[in-house]
Design a binder for this molecule. Structure first.
Ligand code: GLN
Length: 378
């Protein structure tokens, strides 16, 4: 078979999820909550189904939903995206990212990707004939070396992809990072794809620095968001992208032949639910409590860690426990200890193995207690 993605296998989330299931493991691998969404949201979607919102939605997404997204972004980030021409509702952030890359990356273009990186960026770049230019995030804090970024920019650079709060590391980009990026891209025609799916999961009083807040970034950015993360509904696969009219026009040319439109009744429910800012502003405190609960519970185990700054992931270091590779170790944790995690090397530059695992703490206290008990036995 002449594969278009010869080096790509099945995703780590599917692999670890299956293994976890087969061994009845406590599953802190793939990132999803194991508790229910707000009944109010479910009620609104049920009403939408009953009220006949069951045919195609508008191609760009329901207007009322786009209006509410626009208001939310203006309030939070001080940037008004026009609901008519600057927002598109997508089938999760994954489709937003894939469509954005497909819209803008041509054969021979270079795309800067920070490693470790979430796994859906690079295959999309390759499928469009682009070249991934990977740059490693540095040290325990996963910092960007902006001088290195500057040195990697060439006339072929078409796009930079950032992700803040960052999966898998749980770190965030600071205002200073964003300003450095803004000045680096000034005067170029390089686009920014800003993956902000964890925008509402940020801890210890930190502030999410959306690309929308920086004029020189907003004008060249497609920003991706996901309702799955924000409202505990990862299975609904609904999100949106925001960007200036000129970019959105091109994005929608691809979107209309990619999915045309996405799930209508859920858009109707979300349009009403999103009107109340409490529904997303309460999320950081909710997950900060879970992070603290989990970290307190695993304190004193042989795993070491620096507290996550955002997302619902916690990276731990197990170098004090074994020399095994992170893939072997994470598989053995499932088969011998019934505990599932994600090995970090799959996201790393050249799959470098720093003996780190990622745990998802978007789980009930009962599940976190069970996980902590297992972790203390390792
Ligand atoms: N974003 C989720 C994670 O990082 C996984 C989503 C998926 O399975 N593709 O765990």
């Amino acid at each position: 078979m002449n594969s278009k993605l010869p080096h790509v296998g099945t995703t780590i989330f599917t692999t670890m999820g299956k293994l976890a299931h087969a061994h009845d493991a406590v599953n802190l691998s793939q990132g999803f909550p194991n508790f229910s969404p707000d009944p109010k949201l479910l009620q609104l979607v049920a009403q939408a189904v009953q009220s006949d919102y069951n045919q195609y939605a508008p191609m760009q997404g329901m207007f009322s939903l786009r209006e509410t997204i626009s208001e939310k972004m203006e309030t939070l980030y001080g940037k008004a995206y026009h609901p008519e021409s600057e927002l598109t509702v997508t089938a999760g952030a994954t489709q937003g990212i894939f469509t954005a890359i497909t819209t803008f990356v041509k054969a021979g273009d270079e795309v800067i990707v920070f490693k470790p990186a979430y796994d859906c960026y690079e295959p999309a770049i390759s499928l469009n004939g682009g070249t991934v230019v990977p740059i490693e995030l540095k040290g325990q804090e996963f910092k960007v070396d902006w001088a290195e970024v500057n040195s990697k920019i060439t006339p072929k650079t078409r796009m930079v992809i950032i992700n803040t709060p960052h999966n898998p590391s749980g770190t965030i980009l600071s205002k200073d990072d964003m300003l450095q990026l803004e000045s680096l891209l000034a005067g170029t025609d390089i686009l920014l794809l800003s993956d902000e799916v964890y925008e509402h999961l940020i801890f210890d009083g930190r502030i999410h620095e959306s690309a929308a807040k920086f004029k020189g970034l907003a004008e060249r950015s497609i920003i991706c968001a996901s309702f799955g993360k924000t409202f505990h509904v990862t299975g609904w696969k609904l999100g949106y992208v925001a960007g200036p009219k000129s970019l959105m026009r091109e994005f929608q040319k691809v979107h209309q032949y990619n999915v045309f439109c996405v799930n209508h009744p859920m858009q109707k429910g979300l349009a009403q639910y999103l009107k109340n800012p409490e529904h997303y502003l309460a999320l950081s405190a909710f997950y900060e409590e879970k992070r603290d609960y989990f970290l307190r519970a695993i304190q004193g185990s042989r795993f070491t860690f620096t507290a996550s700054q955002g997302t619902y992931f916690q990276v731990v270091d197990y170098s004090g426990i074994t020399e095994e590779s992170d893939i072997d170790f994470s598989k053995r944790l499932i088969t011998e200890h019934q505990l599932a995690s994600i090995p970090l090397s799959v996201f790393n530059l050249n799959n470098a193995d720093h003996r780190q695992l990622r745990f998802c703490f978007a789980k009930t206290k009962e599940t976190l207690d069970k996980a902590a008990e297992l972790i203390h036995r390792i």
